[in-house]
Design a protein around this ligand. Structure first.
Ligand code: C2E
Ligand code: CA
Ligand code: CA
Length: 640
């Protein structure tokens, strides 16, 4: 017998097992099953060695007993290798529960061959159907073919399984999982032809090694700097939930002001804070959930954490428990920190249709301005979800595809001309399912998703196409809101030039509004675009003046024609202090030769006061609300 292969195989497997324990790779269901698989292969190898190794030192009887026992255990363990392997594969793919555990018939198909094989081996001492030891020599039994048939069955089964759920595993893993078969089939065939060469276990050890290298990737699933699982692991968990149709409760935790935290404390301290929050999150869950129930804590980056657990073991008060345990002050030697959180509970698959929806939801949850405190997604009305910006990307996409945006125009009163010589173009979105969605909600979302470019195109096309209809009524120019994102686009200047030419619109007939906060962040690129467009004869307004860190010095350094004072400042006019600040502001802006529009003017008194102080234009509900094209033209007819 050539049993050296078994010794190699033993060494490889033993080393791998040691490494699994040293690197703590046995944590989690999937890895635990892999560990079991490695142990089974290792034990089979050991049994194989006992069944074949020269044991000359022992008495003949002892040798025979050893051989007999070794072979016996070899067959028992050997018949478990492929079923273990398949269970591991199913867990890794996340489809095991759906395919095997949930369907009785599949369970029977899966288990029956294993049990039949096991029964044959267990009864072998009496039947000698599989093998016998004659004069200390191993001899195949008449029915050993059964073990080959069963092996063949599980091989075909795993191919079917991999094909059926091919989307559930990535390519690397599929290749690694399939690679076991060529090795072992070759080894089994060779060993059948040359029964003295015990190659089979060696081929298994190579297969185990391949899987260890390509499938077991803790670095992808564990973020050691914060002590939680990674975003990749989270994605997998969610995808597995949908594939296997099990019920999962997920808590998403948002640390408010995470960006500021990172900026203020730096990466190391930020990691330390997150690490503490991970510990607290787990502790919060454990207040209500026994330690025997598996939970997963994930760090999804950008101040987002997630916890998942089987819905059956979840608890109604869990969101609150997590929230409470997070809100306690963080004490360290150097600082005490109180943070704010929003905890959101979702039940899958009930709350969302597909795994992709969950990821989109988390994205918008991160962007949204949810109040601190906990809340449960399913209790929200559709409109509330919109207001919280959940799912907003979907409605934007739908509106772009169905062309359901519309431009409204809000007339702006010119004090000097005593009529409405200009208007602001404001976009509207009415969704057939959920009704009106405010641009204040969807524009920021569109900026983040990139949809702003298509929206921007629509705005420019429809306003440029409309201007000529308003000009006969004395409209000099239309104010168009431009997102800083659009200005960042290198081709923006050319596009505007082309569109002016295409629609036959004069550059004097449009004015672009940029928000003050935009000019704050993107100084250089913005400056270039603004000056290029200004060179083309297009004027600019600074929008929402007074909401950011107003810096007249910087505004002065750019070719700005108009400043629009924000509604919030105008609204606060009842306060004496604001009133005097406002008067000073108006004086200051006028002194540098920039025109002023006061926004959000709702009463005659306010309008009069602003006119007295020298504002050039007044915009607000007092004069007119934003209205669709036809109404606006009608309005102009009556006022011009
Ligand atoms: P904004 O540029 O500051 O627009 C003025 C907002 O104030 C408009 O809200 C307008 O309807 C509202 N408003 C006007 N007069 C009054 C008033 O007297 N009282 C009150 N309470 N509100 C008044 P809207 O249309 O909801 O737009 C919100 C924001 O969405 C805009 O703020 C602007 O930043 C953005 N936006 C709107 N249309 C567009 C667009 O076509 N492109 C881009 N990039 N952003 C847009
Ligand atoms: Ca505006
Ligand atoms: Ca504004």
């Amino acid at each position: 017998m050539v049993y050296q292969y078994d010794i190699c195989s033993f060494l490889i497997l033993a080393l791998m097992l040691v490494s699994i324990f040293i690197r703590k790779l046995y944590v989690g269901k999937v890895h635990r099953m892999f560990t079991v698989f490695v142990i089974v292969v290792l034990a089979t190898t050991i049994a194989d060695m006992f069944s074949s190794a020269p044991l000359d030192a022992l008495s003949e009887q002892a040798q025979r007993a050893m051989r007999e026992a070794g072979t016996y255990f070899f067959f028992i363990l050997h018949s478990s290798i492929l079923p273990c392997y398949l269970i591991f594969m199913g867990l890794e793919a996340g489809t095991l529960y759906k395919f095997i555990a949930k369907k009785r018939i599949n369970k029977i198909i899966f288990c029956a061959p294993y049990l039949i094989g096991l029964a044959c081996v267990l009864t072998n001492p009496w039947t000698h159907a599989i093998f016998s030891i004659v004069n200390g020599e191993y001899q195949r039994g008449d029915y050993i073919i059964i073990t080959y048939i069963i092996g063949g069955f599980y091989t075909l089964f795993s191919f079917y399984y991999l094909k059926r759920y091919h989307g559930a595993l990535d390519r690397r893993s599929i290749i690694a999982f399939v690679s076991i078969y060529p090795y072992t089939i070759l080894a089994v065939v060779l060993q059948y032809i040359y029964p003295n060469h015990l190659l089979e276990m060696f081929s298994y050890s190579i297969a185990v090694m391949t899987i260890m290298m390509f499938v077991i990737r803790p670095e992808e699933t564990l973020n050691t700097s914060v002590g939680a699982k990674t975003m990749i692991a989270f994605r997998r968990e969610i995808q597995h939930t949908y594939l296997s149709e099990r019920d999962l409760t997920v808590f998403i935790i948002k640390v408010k002001g995470d960006a500021a935290l990172l900026k203020l404390y730096g990466i190391n301290m930020h990691d330390a804070i997150m690490r503490e929050l991970v510990v607290r999150t787990a502790a919060g869950v454990r207040k209500l959930i026994p330690i025997s129930t598996p939970i997963n804590v994930f760090y999804l980056n950008y101040g987002l954490l997630a916890v998942s657990l089987d819905s059956r073991s979840s608890d109604d008060m869990l969101a609150e428990a997590i929230y409470d345990s997070l809100c306690e002050k963080i004490h360290t030697e150097k600082y005490d920190l109180s943070l704010e959180f929003a905890v959101c509970e979702i039940s899958l698959p009930g709350d969302m249709k597909a795994a992709e929806d969950v990821f989109r939801f988390i994205d918008t949850f991160e962007k949204s301005s949810v109040e601190s405190g906990e809340f449960i997604y399913r209790d929200l009305t559709q409109q509330q979800k919109i207001e919280l910006c959940f799912d907003i990307d979907r409605y934007i996409r739908k509106a772009i595809d169905n062309r359901s945006f519309q431009m409204y125009y809000q007339p702006i009163y010119s004090v000097k001309d005593n009529k409405f010589v200009t208007a602001e173009a404001l976009i509207r979105l009415r969704d057939d399912e959920v009704g009106f969605i405010s641009p204040a909600d969807f524009i920021p979302a569109a900026e983040k998703s990139g949809a702003i470019y298509e929206i921007g195109d629509f705005v420019i096309d429809s306003v440029f196409g409309f201007i000529r209809k308003a000009q006969p009524y004395g409209v000099e120019y239309i104010e168009i809101n431009i997102s800083a994102m659009q200005c960042m686009n290198d081709s923006f200047v050319d596009e505007v030039k082309n569109k002016l030419a295409h629609f036959g619109v004069s550059n004097k007939a449009v004015n672009f509004e940029l928000t003050e906060s935009a000019s704050d962040i993107l100084d250089d690129v913005l400056r270039r675009t603004v000056s290029q467009l200004h060179a083309e004869g297009i004027e600019f307004s600074i929008d929402d003046y007074g909401t950011g860190y107003s810096n007249l010095h910087r505004i002065m350094s750019q070719p700005i024609k108009i400043i629009k004072i924000d509604r919030s400042l105008i609204n606060a006019m009842s306060n004496d202090k604001t009133r005097s600040v406002l008067a000073d502001t108006i004086r200051m802006i006028k002194s540098i030769g920039i025109e002023i529009v006061a926004e959000g003017v709702e009463t005659e008194e306010t309008a009069q006061w602003l006119i007295d102080k020298g504002c050039d234009f007044i915009q607000g509900y007092y004069y007119a609300k934003p209205m669709p094209e036809n109404e606006y033209l009608e309005f102009l007819k009556q006022t011009s």
